[in-house]
Design a protein around this ligand. Structure first.
Ligand code: DX5
Ligand code: ZN
Length: 219
């Protein structure tokens, strides 16, 4: 089986012990840090913002994957680059001029990602897929950790994989929301390259071991 990446979602970490949880991820077999930024407008929740991301960047020693759940993300592209983001994902539903936004993210030295809400079909990306480094397929409605995985995601991943291959693109497929031992293997087999995991990792007894299990897919 091809190698896939694991991106623990810091949204579900213990914010009173953030440095401890960041060190745990540093020392684990995780590949990336997944950072969820919510504005209370695009999604019905507010997570944390720039000062917190700045502190995370100072301690994290792995690739930083920032998932913006905010309206009009173009306003803050430079800020997120300055804060140490390696990949900046914006929502399809929040971008009127998506192509322009993707170019701006890359011009600021980051990889460019696009997230799709559960109701948004993958074929809407067909004219920009070659410009996208990563598509984040939301397998829950964005806004909260700990929700149940939406089964239709498998079909979307298969369709997206087909689109990527048909366009000869190098785009990675990321799955975000409700990832557990019940769906991880099938997601990777269907084409997922990056698995985001919040609750399954941080609410487990031994988070480092859970990351290893997701990485090896040996349940
Ligand atoms: C949801 C966020 C996710 C979330 C995943 O809006 O984008 O990254 O933290 O958490 P779990 O794995 O608990 O669904
Ligand atoms: Zn996310």
């Amino acid at each position: 089986m091809k190698t896939h990446k694991i991106a623990p979602s810091i949204l579900v970490a213990d914010f009173a012990n953030l440095q401890r949880d960041i060190e745990m991820v540093n020392q684990s077999e995780a590949d990336w840090f997944h950072i969820d930024i919510m504005d209370g407008v695009f999604v019905p929740n507010i997570s944390f913002g720039m000062p917190v991301l700045k502190s995370i960047s100072q301690h994290a020693n792995k690739f930083i994957d920032v998932h913006l759940m905010i309206v009009d993300p173009d306003r803050y592209i430079k800020n997120f680059a300055d804060l140490g983001s390696n990949l900046l994902t914006v929502h399809y539903e929040a971008c009127t001029h998506l192509h322009r936004t993707l170019q701006a993210i890359k011009a600021n030295g980051m990889q460019a990602g696009v997230a799709l809400n559960p109701h948004t079909p993958v074929n809407l990306l067909k004219d920009v897929i070659q410009d996208i480094d990563l598509v984040c397929v939301m397998s829950v409605n964005p806004g909260f950790g700990g929700q149940s995985f939406i089964e239709n995601t498998f079909e979307k991943v298969a369709e997206l994989k087909e689109l990527i291959l048909s366009k000869n693109a190098k785009t990675l497929i990321e799955i975000d929301g409700g990832v557990t031992d019940k769906n991880a293997k099938q997601l990777v087999q269907t084409g997922a390259d990056v698995l985001v995991a919040g609750s399954f990792v941080f609410k487990s007894k031994d988070a480092k071991k859970t990351i290893k299990i997701l990485k090896t897919l040996e349940f």
